[in-house]
Design a binder for this molecule. Structure first.
Ligand code: NAD
Ligand code: UD1
Length: 337
């Protein structure tokens, strides 16, 4: 089967393409490189030993998208394309609503015209309301997002839920917790365009000497060591979750939502220590103020994905740190310009 992967040059998309190719799927990728590099596509081809069609295009470009659907017999779409920087979304809300909502709507319309009805969407744990008890189940309350990025995910989920109900789409919404790590080869990984906002790339860039020290945002949370606790999931496990979602999509109609996490909470200092172990040297850090909008703790209930998709995360944070360090040390400046 051929899978159309939007945003397939990005961090999670590139790892998922590699997994799909390894499992015998054909892939077609559309990406406008607004937050990624052609080098990632080149490396996925080299690692997989397979060729695939790549289209440098904006998902909002109706004509380009229509051509892709005409040229290929697409069975299923995985929609990764979107803007994802929380802080930037606060500065430029219209850019975020415009890109993330319009790309999703245009994609669904193009799918409908082409008679393609299966779509897997990259949602986020950020759609959950901050007042929920842990672990977060798929039935936990959503909404009251704290930033425009979160709202775009919330709204896209609703758009897709409605499209499944009335337009005959078969939709799987995947709510990722905190993706980290890199492919075990060290050839592909996360390559933030600017100063990283997220913890793992910041630690990795500090370890490689690009940043002076890590700022630990608060040590007075009610968590075992006082620092924030998150559910860090290896990107290669996440990629496998998408293959499980495709298989689910083949057999079901309607709209279903799954958490993709490990179910295990890890604190900032625990992740830092695990990374230090992978690097074999201390990484400088300072405790600073809390970051506004941060929760103390966030982790997933994983039973639904295990029972319905037959998928569970397998890798540990130690695997993720070793793989991230391999990627970062082999590619200190990421994919380069
Ligand atoms: P990424 O930025 O590395 O990948 C997104 C890709 O989409 C990039 O290659 C970018 O160039 C492309 N893109 C964006 N808008 C486009 C458009 N209009 N047309 C064509 N291409 C476009 O991000 P990622 O970390 O790989 O995330 C993938 C998806 O998962 C995103 O939708 C993101 O919001 C979601 N997500 C990510 C995380 C995370 O922590 N990384 C967590 C939850 C959800
Ligand atoms: C953030 C976003 C969330 C998004 C997710 C994945 C915010 C408020 N939330 O989640 O919407 O879905 O990324 O992209 O931005 N930390 C430090 N120092 C740092 C960076 C982070 O101590 O330099 C801490 C944070 O306080 C948190 C943990 O590390 O406790 C993880 O932070 P991060 O990687 O940014 O992820 P989230 O906050 O979970």
């Amino acid at each position: 089967m051929t899978v159309l992967v939007t945003g397939g040059a990005g961090y999670i998309g590139s790892h998922t393409c590699l997994e799909l190719l390894g499992q015998g799927y054909e892939v077609v990728v559309v990406d406008n490189f607004c937050n990624s590099s052609p080098e990632a596509v080149k490396r996925v081809k080299a690692l997989s030993g397979k060729e695939f069609e790549f289209y440098e295009a904006d998902v909002r470009d109706e004509k380009a998208l229509g051509d892709v659907f005409r040229r290929h017999d697409i069975g299923c779409v995985i929609h990764f394309a979107g803007l994802k920087a929380v802080g930037e979304s606060v500065q430029m809300p219209l850019r975020y609503y415009g890109n993330n909502l319009e790309s999703t709507i245009k994609l669904c319309e193009a799918m409908k015209r082409a008679g393609v009805n299966q779509i897997i969407f990259s949602s986020s744990a950020t759609v959950y309301n901050g007042e929920n008890a842990m672990p977060l189940t798929e039935a936990s309350r959503t909404g009251d997002c704290t930033n425009p990025y979160g709202w775009t995910k919330y709204m896209c989920e609703q758009i897709l839920r409605d499209a499944a109900a009335t337009e005959g789409l078969s939709v799987v919404l995947l709510r990722y917790f905190n993706p980290i790590g890199a492919h075990v080869s060290g050839q592909i990984g996360e390559d933030p365009a600017d100063i990283p906002n997220n913890l793992m790339p910041y630690i990795a860039q500090t370890a490689v000497g690009r940043r002076e020290y890590l700022r630990v945002f608060g040590s007075d949370y009610s968590t075992p060591d006082g620092t924030g606790v998150r559910d860090y999931i290896h990107v290669s496990d996440l990629a496998k979750g998408h293959v499980a979602a495709i298989q689910y999509c083949q057999k079901h109609t309607g709209c279903e939502v799954f958490n993709l996490g490990t179910g295990k909470g890890t604190s900032v200092l625990e992740l830092l220590r695990a990374f230090e172990k992978a690097v074999g040297k201390p990484i400088p850090y300072q405790i600073t103020e809390r970051r506004p909008g941060d929760l103390a703790t966030c982790y997933a209930a994983t039973e639904k994905a295990a029972e319905v998709l037959g998928w569970r995360a397998e890798k540990t944070i130690h695997d993720a740190c070793a793989d991230s360090w391999r990627w970062q040390s082999m590619n200190p400046m990421g994919y380069g310009k």
